[in-house]
Design a protein around this ligand. Structure first.
Ligand SMILES: Cc1ncc(C[n+]2csc(CCOP(=O)(O)OP(=O)(O)O)c2C)c(N)n1
Length: 203
């Protein structure tokens, strides 16, 4: 599928894989786009997909990828910024969706990996396992361009839209519970310094 496909729901979306989709997303980037990887498995897969200086790996603070990405997007409006986060994390910081909608940064895209669980802490079920729909919530928060990825090709098409059409965007993918492809090196100072240099800010 290559169009927007607004009627895809969590139920009809294909079950995808975070490692694969992260690699597909990163493969579309050049050196300019910033990517903020949320806590845990999300940033482990971002790390494993190739360590770009424009990647920031969030260690420990659950649910703040979108807020950090919003700050970067507002500070550097000519740079595309992606926030990647898990369903449990965005559920913890739902207000950030309304803040993004109210701020309306054209250069921001939020990608949510919805595995229905707090996987890294033991796969306890999140609310999305009981019917909560993150895309519907995002639309309700004011993010009109919020969509489920129907399949891998549709995910690619949505990322292409986010790269070429004004946002903000929210792309949600229903994913399996495979382990990520690597583990982020836990060195917060190095991560921060590399990222700030990578986006042209003195660290
Ligand atoms: C405020 C806060 N509460 C709890 C934790 C512990 N914790 C770390 S990651 C995580 C689960 C994250 O779930 P999700 O965002 O869905 O990602 P997944 O593990 O499924 O990839 C939890 C509960 C934390 N780091 N911060």
């Amino acid at each position: 599928m290559s169009n927007i496909e607004p009627n895809v729901t969590r139920e009809t979306a294909a079950l995808l894989n975070r490692t694969t989709l992260t690699q597909r997303l990163v493969a579309k980037l050049n050196s300019e786009e910033a990517v903020i990887g949320g806590i845990g498995f999300t940033n482990f897969d971002l790390w494993a997909s190739g360590q770009r200086s424009q990647n920031f790996y969030m260690l420990g603070s659950m649910g703040l990828a979108t807020s950090i990405a919003l700050g970067v997007a507002v500070a550097q409006p000519n740079r595309k910024v992606f926030a990647l986060d898990g369903d449990g994390s965005i559920l913890m910081q739902l207000g950030s969706l309304g803040t993004v909608a109210a701020t309306a940064p054209k250069n921001l895209a939020i990608v949510i990996w919805d595995n229905g669980a707090y996987h890294i802490t033991g796969a306890q079920k999140t609310l999305t396992s009981f019917g909560t729909d993150i895309v519907a919530m995002a639309r309700g928060a004011g993010l009109a361009q919020a969509y489920w990825a129907a399949d891998e090709e549709h995910f690619d098409a949505l990322v292409d839209k986010a790269l070429t059409v004004d946002g903000p965007w929210l792309i949600a993918a229903k994913i399996d519970q495979q382990k990520p492809a690597g583990v982020t090196e836990r060195d917060p100072v190095k991560i921060r310094t590399k990222f700030m240099n990578g986006i042209g800010v003195e660290a």
